[in-house]
Design a protein around this ligand. Structure first.
Ligand code: NAP
Length: 644
């Protein structure tokens, strides 16, 4: 920011009418923060702070005259900076920053978060999570060193960007014909992100031009393609190549990765290190319901949407009610003859007024032209979707209603959602009873209501809650014998998430294989990234790194990539050929993790989900606060590894 500060300010005041119009459409909390940062006016901060009740813009009630005071003060400050060509003010001291942060989100922000937040907000516009060399190229002890990255979604691309910045030779293998991973594969109607986009994006590649607060799939894919173009990554990616096997060779301390191409040909390459970035949510799970293969009409999974299938005027059966169904169902309900939704267990869904809103043009202008505005907005969204309610996801041992909630805060959330859903359902108590889960809120992934409940009130939509017995060539037959004719089946039944890394076969040291070690549903790794017997193998979005309480998976990815780059740096600078996490470090971490998860909502006995395995062990999702994971992954520790 300091580099461009003067020109940014000059541009901002060039057209004062435009500036004022834009400020009127911008969020008041980040505007206040910018003003305080430019002026040091703590009296103004304290005057406005009591009216900011939470991190979302719809949680403020700042009176209009006070808002106007903030805007006037800001216009004056900007003009003053521009008139005197003054440089950026020094960053606020930590105690002021903490007060600003707390005021900006209407909640006390503990001091322990400040280093993390400063890194995420990146006031200086420095790329705060990049990793640099510690010795000159001439002093590096490794010769040719090559890394293979498997997957070109958000994770693999982040790794590729960092590898390229470091100048480490690498190649990305991607099974699809283009980049994007899950955002390429999912293009069902209504597909969108439900984490706010101004935070669900790389910290080093901020996009100020999102048209929606929660963007649709095409816009996210365009962002990913833009990142790839800016970093010149395409030439490093081999498309249409599906890695099938990775085998470690002890003698050379290298991995041999084999792949299959679309035309059936096979190939292989050798690398010193492998980074898997294959995602968790891209192998569709279709339940084995008897007779499913006899169905004569189109039948497809949400992640393999058949756009050639006619839905207009047809009777559509949609099986499953998770995040994908929540978006797809309401997006097709108005054009089908009848939508019959088959729900096995209900999900909790909250309302967010911004979910369907477009970003106001003035807000976009401020993101682009006002110093620090986008940083402060990013901080607010980070906070809003992060650790704030993590404590409320733990069981209170003295709580009298453990079957339906965990503690008083969790019960409050339960009551709040029920009231909201009751309103959406127009007081239809029978329908409400079908829609309200028996387990505590947050037990499964919390969804954002996409007009789902309003959809259920439509004349052409029916919610079925009984078990399905079988499928015939033209119907769904329930266990009670009821027959529901259907022309199309949409499987909104999720992914084979617990079978991590599958179907990639990974064979490590001494005959160890990932499937042999983990089985089908018991993956474990140190920090979700690395495991004993698999030297020089690093996983992105590996075991226990999915985020369920909040936050953006891109944040987790950036933490992981920084850690891995430090490991690779050590290998290259010190001529280390073999890096393998010590078993005791790995085991102790997993014991801590299991103990942490034991009293959390995801292991609640009333919850069934893909977050955990058949033995109720949390395997996919992280129990940690974002802050904890950030701290654990910030610095690679060689003493935790066998270095050879
Ligand atoms: P999901 O959350 O796993 O939901 C699958 C649904 O299918 C559940 O309702 C499940 O019921 C049901 N189901 C599974 N097997 C069934 C069977 N045999 N009979 C009847 N119903 C069955 O899958 P998803 O909706 O595709 O979402 C997966 C994940 O992808 C999400 O949690 C999220 O991480 C991600 N996602 C994100 C977005 C977004 O950002 N907006 C959108 C879509 C997906 P039970 O609940 O009873 O198991």
């Amino acid at each position: 920011m300091s580099v461009d500060f003067r020109s940014l300010v000059r541009q901002a005041v060039r057209d004062e009418a435009r500036l004022r119009a834009s400020l009127a459409e911008s969020d008041i909390a980040p505007l206040l923060m910018v003003t305080v940062q430019l002026t040091g006016d703590m009296a103004l901060l304290e005057a406005v702070a009591p009216h900011i009740h939470g991190p979302w813009n719809f949680l403020q009630s700042v009176p209009e005259d006070l808002q106007q005071r903030v805007r006037e003060r800001l216009v004056g400050a900007l003009k003053d900076f521009a008139a005197h060509d003054r440089p950026a003010p020094p960053p606020p001291p930590p105690e002021v920053l903490q007060r600003m942060m707390s005021a900006g989100v209407g909640q006390p922000v503990p001091a322990e978060y400040i280093p993390l937040l400063l890194e995420e907000m990146s006031f200086g516009e420095a790329d705060t999570r990049s990793v640099g060399w510690t010795v000159d190229p001439a002093a590096r002890r490794s010769g040719a060193f090559k890394v293979l990255v498997i997957g070109a979604g958000f994770g693999g691309l982040c790794a590729a960007i960092r590898l390229k910045q470091l100048g480490i030779a690498f190649e990305v293998l991607e099974k699809n014909a283009d980049v994007g991973g899950t955002w390429l594969e999912n293009d069902y109607p209504g597909c969108a992100v439900d984490t706010p986009n101004h935070f669900y994006s790389y910290s080093f590649q901020v996009n100020n031009r999102w048209t929606r607060h929660f963007s649709r799939r095409d816009e996210i894919l365009a962002y990913i393609r833009d990142v790839v173009a800016r970093h010149g990554l395409r030439e490093h990616i081999r498309f249409g190549v599906e890695a099938s096997q990775a085998v470690y060779d002890e003698a050379s301390a290298t991995w041999r990765v084999q792949w299959r191409e679309r035309d059936g040909t096979t190939g292989s390459a050798t690398a010193n290190a492998v980074i898997t970035a294959v995602g968790q949510l891209n192998r569709p799970a279709i339940p084995a319901i008897p007779g499913a293969d006899t169905f004569k009409g189109p039948a497809f999974h949400t992640a393999r949407w058949d756009h050639s299938a006619t839905l207009d005027g047809r009777r559509v059966a949609m099986i499953g009610t998770g995040a994908s169904a929540m978006q797809a169902g309401p997006s097709i309900a108005d054009r089908v003859a009848h939508l019959r939704v088959f729900q096995r267990t209900p999900h909790w869904a909250v309302n967010n007024p911004n979910y369907h809103r477009e970003v106001a043009p003035g807000h976009i202008w401020s993101l682009e032209h006002l110093p620090y505005y986008s940083n402060w907005l990013r901080f607010q969204l980070f906070w809003a979707s992060s650790d704030g309610f993590h404590p409320s996801l733990h069981r209170d041992p003295g709580w009298p209603h453990p079957e339906r909630s965990l503690n008083a805060a969790n019960q409050k959330m339960r009551d709040m959602i029920i009231e909201y859903v009751r309103g959406e359902l127009g007081g239809d108590e029978a329908l409400l009873a079908k829609c309200i889960p028996s387990y505590p809120p947050y037990g499964k992934r919390m969804l954002r209501d996409n007009h789902w409940y309003q959809m259920l009130r439509r004349d052409n939509v029916t919610l079925e809650t009984g078990p399905i017995a079988r499928i015939t060539e033209d119907s769904i037959v329930m266990a009670d014998g009821t027959v529901h004719p259907a022309d199309v089946i949409v499987w909104a039944t999720g992914f084979q998430a617990s079978k991590l890394l599958w179907p990639l076969e990974i064979v490590g040291r001494d005959g160890h294989s990932v499937r042999g070690d983990w089985g089908d549903d018991d993956p474990r790794a140190y920090l979700g990234m690395t495991a004993p017997n698999y030297p020089n193998l690093f996983m992105l979005y590996g075991p226990n790194t999915n985020l369920a309480h909040g936050g953006s998976i891109i944040f987790h990815t950036e933490c992981q990539v920084r850690y891995i780059m430090q490991a690779l740096r050590l290998m290259i600078e010190q001529g280390v050929s073999r890096l393998e996490v010590r078993p005791e470090v790995h085991d102790a971490y997993n014991e801590r993790l299991d103990a942490k998860a034991a009293d959390m909502v995801w292991t609640h006995p009333g919850v069934t989900s893909w977050y955990k395995n058949a033995r109720n062990r949390l395997t996919v999702t992280s129990p940690w606060r974002l802050l904890d994971y950030w701290a654990m992954t910030k610095d690679f520790r060689a003493d935790e590894f066998r270095v050879g």
